[in-house]
Unconditional design. Structure first.
Length: 566
């Protein structure tokens, strides 16, 4: 009997409450692990185990309404949970190191994923021909299965990298490869799915490759064009006067690129990733200070919640999904095959790149220890979500196998990454070479200036899409509140005060400060007794901003600012 609206609301409230409590418990556990500096167990592993325990309890409890509502929903995953993660990845990306290694990232993401897909697909097809676990998969099904299991997940490993502060080049390559790998795996899968109802022959490979290139290029173009269109609109608008509206529109424009791309049968992940990169590179300079702060932390918080929610979802799915079909030998060999496929995706390409690098520069571009860490990647929720599109008599068996392999890889590889970093003696506590901050100016090295696109971007694109420094909009709120709360420079409406805070004048501060924007500064300090603990400071500041017309001027007199320090 179909439940009525009241019953659905009742059970959905309980289902959502269970998931929120799981999320709160996971985050508190993560806090405790950080507090005690316990790095053996990652929060993604905690999320999966928490989901598994609660999922088992729900499975053993009479009634199926809550069980159905907490089961993995693929539409909800792709349209709600995944976009914040991708947007934050593009928005917070260290652009300099990412694009410096862009060729390496694309090689691993495209060629490496293709090699991994083919290796896993061929090995699975051999498994089918041997009759193990009574599998019945065609060559196309096997390759589609390989494309799904080639999708990696970066959450667990990248969190460890951030904590340890590994080499920025290693971080950017791993980050870029895993993000682009997900996009490429989805495009591979969607391309192969077109031939599901047709006979797939070797002659179709070139056609499939062309289809992949078109779909990937279209997705990238959609993200870039949507981002640039909004940036141009933002440049000539006064949205900065309304930071809350500005923040909302920025988030919605980025999300629209994802939905538009999916609606045009392209890949939303690619569109959203590059839309986020474009927004951070150009739109950031057109935003008000408050919007910069809001978007930065809002995107990060949403991504954090989504990441943990996804892994809880995976743990729940192990026991709440009722159509799972477990084949132990298929699971074991699939877990082995992903390691073999990953090996062929990383080490041969690393060897070829090192040969070229030695010929050009005399040094390896990908050290051996970096190659091993690149191999040490996990499979994530994208792989499990893609498995929903599998069809055929063995669809449930493949879905179950993918889910179990994902959970195993997260537990095994995610928990041992920190130890592998120690074993391989990978350098840690390395400061980033470039910090993407809120300033308009970006430090560009001489080597970067030689690149034609960097020069073209600085000379033409940046001035066209962004406000110049003197034109950037500053709200009244921004005049008195610094984004980092420790900047010494507060600007606004002709007034420049060089001070940390009007309320925090150091009792021992003496001297003179030069200020070109002031015509006169008179500072007087009175001290009653050097042996006393308290001192009274009196500061008189007179600021006047004179223009060419002597009749128009403004003056500000700030006097008698007293501070009593214990």
């Amino acid at each position: 009997m179909e439940p009525n609206a009241d019953e659905r609301e009742f059970y959905s409230s309980w289902a959502l409450l269970i998931q929120i409590f799981l999320l709160i418990g996971t985050l508190w556990t993560s806090y405790y692990l950080h507090l005690k500096k316990i790095r053996v167990i990652h929060e993604t592993v905690i999320s999966i185990f928490a989901g598994m325990i609660v999922g088992l309890i729900i499975r053993l409890t009479p009634g199926s309404m809550i069980q159905d509502m907490v089961s993995f929903n693929y539409t909800y995953f792709f349209n709600v949970l995944l976009p914040p993660i991708i947007l934050n990845s593009g928005y917070e990306m260290q652009k300099e190191t990412f694009f410096r290694n862009f060729g390496t990232i694309l090689l691993f993401a495209i060629v490496g994923t293709f090699m991994s897909t083919m290796v896993i697909g061929i090995l699975v097809r051999i498994l089918v021909l041997l009759g193990i676990d009574s599998l019945s998969l065609s060559l196309l099904d096997s390759i589609m299965f390989g494309s799904i299991l080639s999708a990696t997940d970066s959450v667990a490993v990248l969190t460890i990298f951030q904590t340890l502060k590994v080499d920025p080049n290693l971080y950017s390559i791993f980050f870029g490869e895993t993000i682009m790998n997900d996009a490429v795996s989805i495009v591979f899968y969607e391309t192969l799915k077109q031939y599901r109802d047709k006979e797939f022959h070797a002659s179709n490979i070139s056609e499939a490759i062309l289809s992949f290139v078109i779909k990937f290029g279209t997705s990238l173009s959609i993200g870039v064009l949507v981002g640039l269109l909004f940036i141009y609109m933002l440049k000539y608008s006064q949205l900065g006067e309304y930071p809350s509206l500005e923040s909302c529109i920025i988030a919605l424009m980025a999300y629209s690129s994802y939905l538009l791309s999916n609606g045009l049968h392209s890949t939303g992940i690619v569109s959203l990733l590059f839309c986020g990169i474009i927004l951070k590179h150009y739109a950031y300079d057109n935003m008000s200070l408050k919007t910069k702060r809001t978007t930065k932390y809002t995107f990060h918080v949403l991504a954090k919640l989504s990441e943990n929610f996804i892994f809880i979802y995976l743990g729940l799915a192990l026991f709440t999904k009722t159509d799972l079909e477990f084949k132990p030998f298929f699971v074991f060999f699939s877990a082995t095959f992903i390691c073999v496929g990953r090996y062929f995706a990383i080490f041969p390409l690393s060897f070829l790149m090192n040969v070229v690098a030695r010929y050009r520069n005399g040094v390896d571009s990908i050290p051996r220890e970096h190659s091993i860490i690149l191999f040490w990647s996990v499979r994530g929720a994208v792989a499990f979500a893609l498995s929903a599109g599998l069809k055929g008599s063995n669809a449930n068996a493949m879905l179950t196998t993918i889910l179990v392999v994902v959970v195993i890889s997260v537990i095994v590889f995610g928990s041992t990454t920190n130890k592998m970093v120690e074993i391989l003696n990978i350098q840690t506590n390395v400061d980033d070479e470039v910090h993407d901050d809120d300033s308009v100016n970006t430090v560009v090295t001489t080597k970067q200036q030689k690149h034609w696109f960097i020069s073209f971007d600085g000379r033409y694109l940046k001035p066209f899409f962004t406000r110049q420094k003197e034109q950037q909009y500053v709200t009244p709120h921004d005049n008195w509140h610094n984004e980092n709360d420790h900047n010494d420079h507060v600007e606004g409406f002709g007034l420049v005060i060089m001070n940390k805070s009007v309320n925090n004048i150091d009792e021992n501060t003496e001297g003179e400060e030069d200020n070109q924007n002031k015509n006169s500064t008179d500072t007087c300090t009175k001290e009653d007794n050097q042996n006393k603990n308290n001192s009274d400071t009196c500061t008189n500041v007179e600021i006047s901003d004179s223009k060419s017309d002597s009749d128009n001027h403004s003056s500000i007199d700030i006097s008698s600012i007293n501070s009593n320090n214990d």
